[in-house]
Design a protein around this ligand. Structure first.
Ligand SMILES: Cc1cc2nc3c(=O)[nH]c(=O)nc-3n(C[C@H](O)[C@H](O)[C@H](O)COP(=O)(O)OP(=O)(O)OC[C@H]3O[C@@H](n4cnc5c(N)ncnc54)[C@H](O)[C@@H]3O)c2cc1C
Length: 519
């Protein structure tokens, strides 16, 4: 039991089952509990809470398998939680990180200081292009009208030509062109897509960037979970419980479970520890599983099946794999104040059909002192490919790469850890993104509760939360948290609790709570 945790769930009041103990599920449960709905059961398939927030330890190093950054500071509930528990927060200044990066070319050839300066400037120009696009251009209807469906790569190529390559010739141009691959890869990683051709400009317009700095939690992102979980009665969270079937009543003839006037939804889950199937009946079920799971297992889980607009949104939104490679060394081979190791190959081709290691361009230096380590990222097909290899095989390939670029002195890592989000049966992907086939309305369709008919005898049987249901903040931890609170709020409103009387949780200010119905 966590210190200060509520003792027991209650059997009184409406029964709410929450599928998934990621941040959205925990936030939903915490908010319901804070408002005296304690007849709660949070069913989590894994043997831990947190979902895509997962910190592991390699020696003294806190390694993030999933979420790394707290994106934005103003109104970010995750930062508020971190501050409230006194967690160490480190501001992540992207421009400064690039200033202190080590740049390497193939076969030990070195960049001159002037070339490094030029590369740093190109990177900063790209950051400015993005900032301008998010905060200025995407607010301009004329710009959006012209570019809404344009794929992001296509757009960047035009501005890169104009703002980075213009006037450059010879070797300078070659070097700059090779650095575009780094920028391309950064954008794939940020959007969570295998190819930024799959990402449309309007994604930047629908998504709202919280103002203020990005930051990381050197002591582990998972520190923010405990204060949220503490607000939930301990007995309400059941780990190793994989939900397999959700039977509900769609109010127009489809009926998975005849409630005889009792609970309208029947949930069947597999207790993975005992192998027994368990059944629980609920008034409301909040589904928070990733859209990777919803897409793959939805048809066999829901009866009656989910409506077409929901399944179609789920299928069409981008939800590719992003994986990380963590490399630990006894003796860092990079210099003490270095922030990243960047490997720039000479060729400039962007895209598919290459060896997975070609995408390992930037390794961020994480941790501090002797507990420093390198973090590389892979997206899409390359991220899927790496899941078929052992950690050691991946470590060896990374060493070969470093020896080619940095020099033969680079040692083998003492430990390599590769994440496997694509094949994770409780995730099947990483984070959602809008592509040119989807709009913010698809996100709203995903988030809409069922049955859709407002006059249904049993309204709000199925509610949907999770990062991909957050129109403004999809793909993020704060978006996921807001979405869980939003659905809890929907239930509270249903039971006639006025918005003003709904208590917040964990430092989320009341203005933010008032906005929840819109996230
Ligand atoms: C590699 C990576 C890097 C990221 N980096 C960042 C970042 O830097 N900053 C940021 O803000 N966000 C980042 N994200 C995204 C962020 O982690 C997610 O948006 C957020 O954690 C999602 O929370 P959630 O509650 O919506 O879903 P999840 O965390 O996926 O929670 C869903 C839960 O449901 C459980 N579940 C699934 N199926 C079942 C079932 N059948 N029965 C029972 N339980 C089930 C899962 O085990 C999981 O615990 C990253 C994600 C990844 C993968």
């Amino acid at each position: 039991m966590l210190q200060g945790q509520k003792a027991a769930a209650s059997s009184k009041g409406p029964k709410v089952v929450i599928v998934g103990a990621g941040i959205s599920g925990l936030a939903a449960a915490a908010k319901l509990s804070a408002n005296n709905i304690n007849n709660l059961l949070v069913l989590e398939g894994k043997n831990r809470i947190g979902g895509r927030i997962s910190t592991i330890k390699i020696g003294d190093r806190f390694v993030e398998e999933g979420a790394t950054w707290i994106h934005g500071a103003d109104g970010n509930p995750i930062l508020a939680i971190a501050r409230s528990i006194g967690a160490k927060v480190e501001v992540w200044d992207y421009a400064e990180k690039i200033e202190k990066a080590g740049w390497h070319r193939k076969n030990g050839r070195r960049f001159s200081n002037a070339e490094i300066k030029m590369l740093q400037e190109a990177y900063k120009t790209h950051l400015a292009i993005i900032e301008n696009m998010i905060f200025t251009e995407c607010k301009d209807e004329d710009f959006l009208h012209e570019h809404r469906r344009q794929n992001v790569l296509n757009f960047f190529e035009e501005v890169w030509e104009e703002q980075i390559l213009r006037g450059r010739t010879g070797e300078e141009e070659e070097i700059l062109r090779s650095s575009l691959r780094l920028l391309y890869h950064k954008e794939c990683q940020d959007a969570g897509v295998k190819d930024i051709r799959d990402c449309a400009i309007h994604s930047f317009a629908v998504y709202e960037t919280l103002q203020g700095y990005d930051s990381v939690l050197p002591g582990g992102y998972d520190k923010i979970l405990e204060p949220v979980a503490r607000e939930i009665p301990e007995s309400a969270i059941r780990l190793n419980s994989a939900v397999e079937r959700i039977e509900w009543n769609d109010g127009v003839g489809g009926c998975g479970w005849h409630d005889n006037g009792k609970k309208p939804v029947r949930v069947i889950y597999n207790d993975l520890a005992s192998g027994r199937k368990e059944t629980v009946y609920a008034d409301h079920v909040i589904v928070t599983v990733s859209i990777g799971c919803l897409h793959r297992y939805g048809p066999s889980t829901f009866f009656p099946p989910l409506p077409e607009d929901k399944t179609s949104a789920c299928k069409r939104l981008s939800f590719d794999t992003v994986n990380k490679i963590a490399l630990a060394y006894d003796q860092p081979f990079w210099s003490r104040d270095q922030t990243a190791v960047i490997l720039l190959a000479d060729d400039v081709t962007l895209g598919k059909g290459e060896h997975w290691s070609r995408d390992l361009i930037q390794f961020n230096v994480r941790g501090s002192g002797d507990a420093r380590w390198l973090e590389g990222w892979l997206c899409g097909d390359h991220a899927d490919e790496v899941e078929k290899l052992t950690n050691d095989e991946v470590g060896k390939t990374c060493t070969e790469l470093f020896r080619k670029f940095v020099g033969p002195h680079v040692p083998e890592p003492t430990a390599t850890h590769v994440t496997r989000w694509g094949s994770d049966r409780f995730c099947h992907g990483s984070y959602a993104c809008l592509n040119s086939d989807t709009t913010g309305d698809d996100i709203d369709n995903l988030a809409a509760p069922l049955p859709g008919n407002k006059d249904a005898t049993h309204p709000l049987q199925l509610l949907f939360a999770g990062e991909a249901t957050s129109r403004k903040y999809f793909g993020t931890v704060h978006g996921a948290m807001f979405s869980g609170q939003r659905e809890a709020h929907r239930i509270l409103r249903h039971y006639s609790k006025a918005v003003g009387s709904v208590k917040g949780c964990n430092g989320v200010d009341s203005k933010v709570l008032q906005q929840l119905s819109k996230v």
